[in-house]
Design a protein around this ligand. Structure first.
Ligand SMILES: Nc1ncnc2c1ncn2[C@@H]1O[C@H](COP(=O)(O)OP(=O)(O)OP(=O)(O)O)[C@@H](O)[C@H]1O
Ligand SMILES: [Mg+2]
Length: 292
């Protein structure tokens, strides 16, 4: 049973992170610390997205984050490459305190340490598939020949050999997501962030890309932080799963722990609801559409 991460220095660490959206987050933080809950804060005009959340993810771990719509999953993942800053607390990646980076430090960090795959692909429409896949390497200043060779190798790896000169709009959703995947993998960062990367895909493509990702993870040992609404997907891919509710972790553990020993009624209901949604066996590619 692994409800604790493996021993050793974590790759990603959230330490007492509280994130409030609204006009006066610091004031709302005081109210939160004085005991105001999400509903009370909302009535005062603030959204409590993360509530004193702590979590550590080990190097090489495949870590899935689940929870109802609005529970804080995207907010959580977006702290890792600092698309969002916390109101309080601290995020460390490989020992680097992300909030403490200056602009240049943050640029270097994003080029070298973390890559992200977005739900809606985030491709550059006026660039070819190859240029899109090579984009992270271009930003990093790698010479054209090298970056294109590397991008082409990754495109082949995700099953897109032959499409290098195509434009993104000429591709299907599944193919676009493969380009997004190749782009994120080509930079070979130690950390890969994925916010519902497969939720827009048809069941077969989704299952294929899950297999591809699992194989890549086994082969490369990168740390993956993966948001999904799909319990089967999480159980299939992840070493550990965290369940969020109202911005707090209600349970973290190996997939079997979550399924067999839900920590409380919320997790039981959550797991039960997901199961009832989809009565197919665990390997089933039939997943519910994302709410996000
Ligand atoms: N930029 C923002 N401004 C205001 N509120 C925000 C912002 N981003 C997120 N929120 C709020 O924070 C809470 C958590 O949002 P988040 O996007 O992290 O949820 P989620 O778990 O990813 O949901 P979903 O499954 O629907 O994608 C929600 O109540 C949301 O409305
Ligand atoms: Mg989200």
């Amino acid at each position: 049973m692994r409800d604790a991460p493996p021993a050793g220095a974590p790759m990603i660490e959230f330490a007492a992170v509280t994130t409030l959206f609204g006009r006066r987050p610091q004031r709302a933080l005081e109210r939160f610390r004085a005991g105001a809950d999400k509903a009370a804060l909302l009535a005062e005009g603030h959204v409590l997205a993360l509530a004193d959340l702590s979590l550590t993810i080990a190097p090489g771990e495949f870590f899935a984050v689940m929870g109802l719509s609005g529970s804080g999953k995207s907010t959580l993942i977006r702290h890792v490459n600092r698309l969002i800053d916390p109101t309080a607390g601290c995020i460390r990646v490989d020992g680097i305190e992300v909030s403490a980076l200056d602009r240049r430090g943050l640029e270097a960090f994003r080029r070298r340490r973390v890559a992200m795959v977005f739900q809606h692909f985030g491709l550059l429409p006026h660039r070819t598939v190859l240029e899109n896949a090579a984009y992270g390497l271009e930003v990093r200043g790698e010479p054209r020949a090298e970056r294109e060779a590397r991008a082409a190798a990754w495109l082949e790896r995700v099953g897109l050999a032959g499409y290098e000169r195509h434009m993104p709009q000429a591709l299907s959703g599944g193919m676009r997501q493969r380009v997004g995947l190749a782009r994120a993998l080509a930079v070979e960062t130690p950390v890969l962030l994925m916010d519902e990367p497969f939720s827009a895909l048809d069941p077969l493509t989704r299952a294929e890309l899950q297999d591809e990702l699992a194989a890549l993870h086994r082969g490369h040992g990168r740390t993956v932080l993966f948001v999904t609404h799909d319990l089967d997907e999480a159980a299939r891919l992840a070493d550990r799963i965290a369940i969020l509710r109202d911005g707090a972790v209600v349970q973290v553990g190996a997939p079997a722990d979550i399924l067999e020993r839900p920590a409380d009624e919320h997790v039981r209901a959550f797991v039960g609801a997901v199961r009832r949604d989809r009565p197919q066996p665990p390997s089933s590619p039939f997943a519910s559409p994302s709410a996000g």
